[in-house]
Design a protein around this ligand. Structure first.
Ligand code: PLP
Length: 479
């Protein structure tokens, strides 16, 4: 099946049909339902701006509708600024100059649940004062650097040592958040046309970074109950010998799965045999909620792996501090390549992060209590409101990957916008439009927002009406 990738200028009827899936189930006229669905795909980034849609005739034939229906849909999209007719190129997707989302019916602002983030931990302001006090020693310097201040690299190395992994500060490269770390690694390790193994569902901005570096993604399934499809993962590694595999072994985003120790060993052994660099994104690893639920320790304790960490979830996203732990030669390559994209991490944020990491045991406990409260409130609320859903209660991380029982995630996300909620529909976490039966919902927000989420989802679900009936057609839940 063809997938949509940036740089691919057109989408076939077949590929668009997969993305559209159950568009017909929307209430109202068929042409509007089709237009709404395409518009959501554009807003979600699943139909990248600049993509040429199939001709009206082709799409009508593929969907089994009249050409008039497709023509009316395209006209509605053109009216809304989501489609433009280009002479010689057909109908091309675009975003209106200013994206106007449907106005929520409530007068409150939209609650943005597309981000699974936490407010700052206690003590950030106090740590900032301490960090500012130390700034004098750096004011004679440029104030930014490509590799990270020694004080922070040492504190990060010490955290790995405390998790049982011997680490020298020279093995640490401080980045501008974990996303920057992923993009930098992708740029250095991937060449155009290379395969990259990823998880499906998985973290969409990692997909984007790998694709931007030229990678063709090879997805491997992860589920809430069974974790990684190990035989498929090992086979994909052997079949494609990819230069990189990007995995989230601890509290995987979005399923919450954690990879057992033995599996880590087998995966790393298979990857090493193919010369594949395993990038283990441990952004969520320290967000342990239940006693004894922590993963079995850093991935690099089980074989060769490059680790990514972040202060963004455990401390505060506003710090924009992440890091890479790798062997020295790779750290040196990354430092040499870095200047093309950015010139370094600011010193004040590094000093502030070093202050906070010194107090990490207290912070972990604060996060644990906060996340346990949020998770229990959300999971209980959802289970009560939606008895037909499957709502997992993950033992760490920030989100639950709810099973809706029907392939209606995009429609639900669209209906939820009208109720004041911004949600990323399930397919955002896949590489080719699957996961319509799932919705990722964060539990990292204050109680009032969690309650509002459940209430607004209940109203949105009611709007879908019969769509959510158990008779709705089944869609393969994984790619
Ligand atoms: C798995 C994963 N990796 C990386 C990131 C990016 O983290 P940062 O804010 O440090 O750039 C996120 C953010 O949501 C994430 O979920």
């Amino acid at each position: 099946m063809s997938t949509l990738q940036p740089g691919v200028a057109s989408v076939s009827s077949r590929a668009l049909g997969v993305l559209l899936d159950s568009w017909r189930a929307s209430s109202g006229p068929g042409y509007l339902a089709l237009a709404e669905r395409i518009r959501l795909l554009v807003l979600d980034g699943r139909l990248p701006v600049g993509t040429r849609l199939p001709s009206e005739r082709e799409l009508a034939a593929h969907l089994g509708v009249s050409r008039t229906t497709v023509a009316a849909s395209y006209a509605a999209l053109r009216d809304g600024g989501h489609l433009v007719s280009v002479r010689g190129s057909g109908s091309v997707v675009r975003l209106p100059a200013r994206v106007t989302l449907p106005r929520p019916e409530s007068t409150e602002g939209l609650l943005d649940l597309t981000k699974a983030t936490l407010p700052a931990v206690e003590g950030v302001a106090e740590a900032a004062v301490l960090a500012a006090g130390r700034l004098g020693a750096y004011l004679e310097t440029s104030g930014y650097d490509l590799v990270g201040r020694p004080v922070l690299r040492e504190v990060i190395a010490e955290r790995y040592r405390r998790r049982g992994l011997e680490t020298h500060p020279d093995q640490i490269l401080v980045t501008v958040g974990a996303q920057h770390a992923i993009a930098l690694l992708a740029r250095v390790l991937v060449s155009r046309g290379d395969r990259a193994v990823v998880e499906a569902p998985g973290y969409p901005h990692a997909f984007e970074a790998l694709r931007l570096a030229g990678a063709r993604l090879a997805p491997v399934s992860v589920t809430v109950d069974d974790g990684w499809d190990e035989s498929s993962l090992l086979q994909t590694l052997r079949r494609t010998s990819p230069p990189v595999a990007y995995l989230m072994p601890d509290f995987h985003n979005p399923t919450g799965a954690t990879m057992p120790a033995d599996q880590r060993r087998r995966v790393l052994e298979a990857a090493a045999a193919e010369g594949t660099v395993v990038i283990a994104d441990e952004t969520m690893a320290e967000l342990v909620i239940d006693e004894g639920a922590a993963g079995p320790g850093p991935m690099a304790s089980y074989g060769p792996a490059v680790l990514i960490g972040s202060a963004g979830k455990s401390l505060w996203g506003g710090l924009r501090i992440g890091w890479i732990r790798a062997e020295r030669p790779l750290v040196e390559r990354l430092v040499r390549a870095r200047s093309a994209g950015d010139l370094g991490t600011p010193v004040l944020e590094q000093l502030l992060t070093a202050e906070l990491l010194g107090d990490f045991d207290r912070i972990k406990e604060e996060r644990r209590l906060q996340l346990r409260r949020g998770r229990d409130r959300l999971v209980t609320g959802l289970r009560e409101a939606f008895p037909s859903w499957t709502v997992p209660s993950p033992s760490g991380g920030l989100t639950t990957w709810a099973g809706l029982g029907a392939p209606v995630s995009s429609q639900l996300a669209l209906a939820a916008r009208r109720e004041g909620l911004l949600l990323a529909a399930g397919p955002v976490f896949g590489v080719d439009g699957a996961f319509e039966r799932f919705l990722r919902i964060p539990f990292s927000y204050p109680d009032a927002d969690t309650d509002r989420t459940v209430e607004a989802l209940a109203r949105a679900w009611d709007r879908l009406g019969t769509v959510a009936s158990p008779q709705a057609p089944l869609l393969a839940s994984v790619v």
